[in-house]
Design a protein around this ligand. Structure first.
Ligand code: PMT
Length: 407
């Protein structure tokens, strides 16, 4: 099989292993997914441990295997909510008939079912069971219900089974499982498009050792870059200083000041189909950045006055360019959120704007969560509190829908 499934690189896959003879195949799957660059954490159900030891999977995944919902030690290390948030995908291999039934009826009486309920990321199941069990109306009803709710069904395969029967119910071959998993990460919504994203803060120099900046961590912009990559786009990420590692396949351009960000955006604009301004760009910079460190009490003054000049409005220039990329802004507001955001949408000639309340410490700057309203000329949609990653996927879908309407 092709050894370069780029879509799996750096993906965080939470592998759920349930009780069945095919559980031993989770060991090879773990290793092969890691070969493709995926990061693997594993949850086993109690019955899975009858078929393969947690130690085997722990050694292969190089992470502790999670077994219990109410174990204070593992909960304090990485609790069920953190596990659910960590994952880009929950992949259940093998999924037993019993597990499908419990997932379909919304159980949360062990770690794996609870994490599936708590997760916002996609869930995929690869059933493996005796052919008669797979064919039973109850199992068929359960799998159909799960699929209707958005769970991805990988297999099962048809053939000779461990019990000697022949029929549908075999676990998919590992090669096919890996391919199907990689396909789950590429929605194709932005295939063929180049998306330029600005992210993080800018720093405006006062002198060689001091600057003016803001609290942007880059989390929202980087999450959007990942979501655009997942949707098949080529991504140019123009980023101010952050502590984050850029998504693997993004073309990272590191900048410091607003002017620097502006110049780099302009130099790549002709390649860009979609521009998203997530960066918290300083509106003003000190008129004169001093060459030497400003000395305390220079000229015996107890106050220091700085004069500021306006920075270029990066996104407004993008929206004014010909041809104009589809242009999306963010509005960081502390009051009258929607009204101020709509004003920016119109004044900056944007196609979409995403308004967030940065006065709320639970969302906005540096949080993993955000709560937004997405506005466009004729409409809006409210997005409840969710992870920046989940929000980014929704933004990508809305962008792709608007682009299709334009054509
Ligand atoms: O980075 P995080 O910690 O995850 O936080 C995310 C965030 C709060 C920074 C993000 O969600 C956000 O709101 N980004 C926009 C911040 C901002 O500068 O908003 P604004 O309302 O001042 O600007 C409106 C739009 O104009 C933005 O798209 C901004 O990128 C753009 N702009 C602003 C000024 C300027 N000189 N040039 C610009 O392009």
């Amino acid at each position: 099989m092709d050894n370069t499934l780029l879509t799996l690189r750096n993906r965080r896959i939470l592998l759920g292993v349930t009780g069945g003879i095919a559980a031993y195949k989770a060991a090879e799957l773990t290793r092969r997914l890691q070969d493709q660059g995926a990061k693997i954490r594993i949850i086993m159900t109690r019955s899975a441990t009858e078929f393969i030891t947690p130690l085997t999977l722990q050694a292969l995944s190089t992470n502790p295997v999670h077994l219990d919902l109410l174990n204070p030690d593992t909960e304090s290390a990485m609790g069920h909510i953190e596990l659910a948030r960590w994952a880009d995908l929950i992949l259940i291999v093998p999924a037993s008939a019993n597990f499908l039934a419990r997932l379909a009826s919304g159980h949360s009486d062990d770690l794996l079912t609870t994490v599936c309920l708590a997760a916002e990321c996609p869930v995929a199941v690869a059933p493996a069971m005796n052919q008669a069990m797979w064919a039973k109306p109850a199992t068929q009803a359960n799998q159909k219900l799960l699929v209707s709710r958005g769970v991805h069904l990988l297999g099962p395969d048809h053939g000779i089974q461990a019990c000697g029967d022949t029929g549908a119910g075999r676990l998919l071959e590992i090669d096919r499982l890996i391919l199907a998993t990689s396909e789950l990460f590429d929605s194709g919504e932005l295939t063929g498009k180049t998306v330029m994203i600005t992210a993080g803060p800018t720093r405006e120099a006062i002198d060689p050792v001091r600057y003016i900046s803001n609290h942007s961590s880059g989390k929202q912009g980087y999450a959007l870059a990942q979501a655009a990559l997942d949707a098949g786009a080529r991504v140019i990420l123009i980023s101010g200083p952050t502590q984050l590692a850029a998504p693997d396949r993004a073309e990272l351009v590191s900048v410091v000041s607003a002017q620097d960000m502006h110049d780099n955006v302009q130099s790549r604009l002709s390649e860009t189909d979609i521009f998203v301004g997530v960066a918290a760009v300083a509106d003003y910079r000190p008129k004169l950045a001093q060459n030497q460190k400003i000395k305390k009490n220079a000229a015996n003054k107890r106050t220091l006055t700085l004069e500021f000049v306006e920075n270029p409005d990066i996104i407004a220039e993008v929206a004014d360019s010909v041809p104009k990329p589809f242009t999306v802004g963010f509005a960081a507001e502390t009051e009258n959120i929607e009204a101020y955001a709509r004003k920016k949408l119109i004044e900056k000639k944007l196609d979409l704007i995403i308004a967030n309340n940065v006065a709320n410490a639970q969302i906005g700057f540096n949080s993993d969560l955000n709560e937004t309203t997405i506005l466009w000329q004729e409409g809006k949609v409210n997005m409840p509190t969710m992870s920046k990653r989940a929000l980014s996927e929704k933004i990508v879908t809305i962008i792709s829908q608007h682009i299709k309407q334009r054509i």
